[in-house]
Design a protein around this ligand. Sequence first.
Ligand code: ZN
Length: 242
Amino acid sequence: MRCFGLSADRRRCRAEAIGSVGYCEEHREELDRNGERIRQEPDARGERASLLSHWRPRSDRDLIPDDARFNVPGWLKRSPVPAVIDRLLHDPNPTTRWLAAFTLRRRRDPGAIEPLWQTLQEDPVSLVRQQSAVALGKIGTLAVIGPLVEALWHDYDAGVRQACAIALGNLRYPTAARELAGMLEREQAAFVRWDCALALGQVGDRAAESLLSRSASADRAEVVRHACEQALADIRRRQVPR
Ligand SMILES: [Zn+2]
């Protein structure tokens, strides 16, 4: 299995994952350094079962709420996950691929991370990629950070980049703060910068404070300047007094 980390240019790492944790040695060390909880859990049921248990959301309380409703056709609703994944990857009709991504979003099955990442990289229809990004966010385990950051940096559609920024904010993994801060500086679309600023406030990493201060006075869009101020206030409110 290929590593779920990203290389320096924010493309998927080319190394093989070690053991059952889904990352190569280098990325595992980096996640450790960033304080992300990642642990190897040998499992008699085999690598895949072990991986899935490792990737379960930390607790029900951590599940990202999702009140989206859509009239998914009954045949798709009743399909097992592998059949839905097959539609996502291979159906020639973009509406069916979108519906498959939406169905996987509702199921929150970590086994769908790999095909959703592939869709986010390759599907020619931006709405399908966008729905795949939302689905990854709802699965919500550490392994979805790689695909969301890669698309945040490289997808040519602003709507997809926006979905990634929103998802990374909701997930609140500290390791995403540096990526969101980088995008706040280089992103052209004001509404995406706006979501990056809000997401930084949600993640609450103090490393983003100086950049947010700068953007709060220098960003060319008033809504973004305002969002940066809001994010700074959120971060400072949550700081533990020393
Ligand atoms: Zn790696």
